[in-house]
Design a protein. Structure first.
Length: 470
C-alpha cells in the first residue's frame, strides 16, 4: 500500500487530498512530524503562507503570514525524505521549502510589475501567464515548449539550492518548476491541484499529467510487492468484454425466480449466445418484446453483477453471485467491504471503477471531465452494453463525455455503430449514490494508477491491450 504524507492540516489541503484520491493513494495530512514518518513512501509539501526568511539567512523584507512552527515541520520532513531518497513534490510554498532546504534563497516580495502578473487576489482567483519549458525534459514532453499556468504567489525562487535546476520559467524570468539532478524531488511554483481532472480549465496547464508523473515517480521508488488481489484493470477489462455485442434483456443475468444471479450471472466468461442474439436482432430490437429471455443478453444489474463475478469467482456456479437490485448495489457492495459508500449529496467527483446506483439503474464510472460530465459503461435498452456519457454539471447534453464516448464506440465497436448511435445520459444519471473501491485495503488494487487517467485514456489503455491479446 502506497502512503503519501501531506505536510499540513487536512482542513488546509482538500485539493491535494482529492488529487491523491484520483491517484488511488492513501494519505495522511498533518502539521506535525509523525512518529511513523519513515513508513510513508513520499511527501507532498503544499502551498501556504511565507517561509520565515531567517531560514535562508535574511531579514524580513516583505514576507507575511509566517508560521515558523509549520516551517520547521516542513523543512524537517523535507530533509528526512530527501536524505532517504524518497520522492518529494513541493507546490508553491512547498517548492520554496525545497529550495530553502537545499540552501537556496527566495525573493521575498516580487517588485512591480512582476507582482501583479503572479500574485493571487482577495477573491482567490489568481493570475494566469505564459511559461516556457526547457526542451529535453519530461515537462516538455508533457506540455510542449510553452504553456499557460495559474499563479498565486508574491514571492519567487532566488538562488537555486544545491542540485536543483529550473526547467520552466515565466516569460518575465520567474522560476516556475525545479527538479533535482539526482534525487526524486520536484517543485512547482504553480498549482496543479487547482486545475486537474474534473476541475481542469481549457487553455490552462492541466495538473493531472504532473500528478501522474509524480505517481509514477513514487511507484518506481517503492519496491513492488506481490499482490493476490484482482486489479482495477481486470475489473474494467471484463466490463468491456460484452460491450458492443450484448443486447439489453430484461432479467438477463438473473435466475428464473428473479431473486438473484442466474446461470449467466454465475458463469466465468461470456455466453456465446449474447453475440449470436445481437447479430440476429441489432437495429430492430425492442426489449419490451423479449423480457426474461435468459441467456440472450444482460440487463443493467445483470451486467454489473456478471463483471464482478469475473474477478471474484474461481469457477462457475459459485452462489449467490453479485446480481441484485440495481438500486441497492452501491450500498450493498460497500457493506460487503468492497469500498466506501458515498451518498449523492456527498459526491464531488466520479472516479474510474465507481459503481453508481440510482432508482432502477446501475452503471460503472470510467471517470469525469472538467465540464462535470461522466463517461460510463452500462447496459441500456438503447443498444445494450455500451460506453455512454452524461450531461454536464449544468445539464447540457453536448458534453465532453458524450463526445469521447461516441468516438470510443465508433472506433472500437464499428459493428455496434452501424446499428446504433450513442445517446446522452440525462441529469437523472447524476442523482445516484456510489460505491468507491478501497484500492488500498479492499478486494481490488490499482498498481498501474488507472484511476489517474482521463476516461478516453482509460478506454484506450483497456481496449488496445485487449485487442493486442486477442
Amino acid at each position: 500500500m502506497i502512503k503519501i504524507l501531506i505536510a499540513n492540516k487536512a482542513e488546509n489541503t482538500p485539493r491535494y487530498q482529492k488529487a491523491m484520491e484520483h491517484l488511488g493513494f492513501a494519505y495522511t495530512c498533518t502539521d506535525r512530524i509523525p512518529e511513523d514518518a519513515d513508513s510513508y513512501d513520499a511527501l507532498i509539501l503544499p502551498g501556504g503562507s511565507d517561509i520565515d526568511p531567517a531560514f535562508f539567512h535574511q531579514e524580513n523584507m516583505g514576507s507575511r503570514g509566517i508560521n515558523r512552527a509549520l516551517d520547521e515541520v516542513q523543512l524537517g520532513l523535507f530533509h528526512r525524505f530527501a536524505d532517504a531518497g524518497r520522492p518529494v513534490l513541493g507546490i508553491c510554498k512547498g517548492c520554496q521549502v525545497i529550495n530553502v532546504g537545499l540552501g537556496g534563497t527566495l525573493i521575498q516580495d516580487l517588485p512591480e510589475p512582476l507582482r501583479s502578473r503572479h500574485c493571487y487576489h482577495a477573491d482567490d482567483s489568481g493570475e494566469y501567464h505564459e511559461t516556457e519549458i526547457l526542451p529535453g525534459t519530461f515537462l516538455y514532453d508533457m506540455y510542449g515548449g510553452s504553456v499557460v499556468t495559474n499563479s498565486y504567489h508574491h514571492q519567487a525562487l532566488g538562488k537555486l539550492g544545491e542540485g536543483l535546476r529550473c526547467i520552466q520559467k515565466s516569460r518575465d524570468g520567474v522560476a516556475e518548476m525545479i527538479v533535482h539532478d539526482t534525487l526524486p524531488i520536484l517543485g512547482t511554483q504553480w498549482h496543479p491541484e487547482v486545475n486537474c481532472w474534473d476541475t481542469a480549465m481549457e487553455g490552462v496547464a492541466d495538473g493531472a499529467p504532473l500528478f501522474r508523473y509524480f505517481a509514477a515517480m513514487v511507484r518506481r521508488s517503492v519496491k513492488a510487492e506481490p499482490h493476490d488481489r484482482p486489479t482495477l484493470r481486470a475489473f474494467l477489462t471484463h466490463a468491456f468484454q460484452p460491450c458492443g455485442h450484448t443486447l439489453y434483456v430484461w432479467g438477463g443475468g438473473w435466475n428464473e425466480a428473479d431473486s438473484g444471479a442466474g446461470k449467466d450471472g454465475l458463469t466465468l466468461g461470456e455466453n456465446p449466445a449474447w453475440h449470436t442474439y445481437f447479430d440476429g436482432h441489432a437495429g430492430h430490437y425492442n426489449y419490451r418484446q423479449h423480457r426474461f429471455e435468459h441467456g440472450n443478453g444482460l440487463d443493467c444489474s445483470g451486467f454489473v453483477g456478471w463483471a464482478l463475478y469475473q474477478i471474484f469467482a474461481r469457477k462457475d456456479g459459485e452462489e449467490p453471485g453479485y446480481v441484485m437490485s440495481s438500486t441497492a448495489m452501491a450500498q450493498t457492495f460497500a457493506a460487503r467491504g468492497f469500498g466506501r459508500f458515498v451518498p449523492r449529496e456527498e459526491i464531488t467527483y466520479y472516479r474510474p471503477g465507481d459503481i453508481v446506483s440510482l432508482n432502477g439503474h446501475v452503471w460503472i464510472s470510467l471517470g469525469q471531465y472538467r465540464d462535470g460530465s461522466v463517461m460510463l459503461i452500462h447496459s441500456t435498452p438503447n443498444g445494450g452494453v455500451q460506453v455512454s456519457g452524461t450531461v454536464t454539471r449544468e445539464g447540457h447534453y453536448s458534453s465532453m463525455a458524450m463526445e469521447a464516448a461516441t468516438g470510443i464506440m465508433v472506433r472500437y465497436f464499428p459493428e455496434w455503430s452501424r446499428h446504433y448511435s450513442t445517446k446522452p445520459c440525462g441529469p437523472s444519471y447524476l442523482t445516484g449514490n456510489l460505491m468507491r473501491w478501497d484500492l488500498q485495503n479492499g478486494p481490488l488494487c490499482d498498481p498501474e494508477g488507472l484511476t489517474g487517467l482521463y476516461p478516453h485514456e482509460l478506454c484506450r489503455a483497456i481496449l488496445e491491450a485487449s485487442a493486442a491479446v486477442s
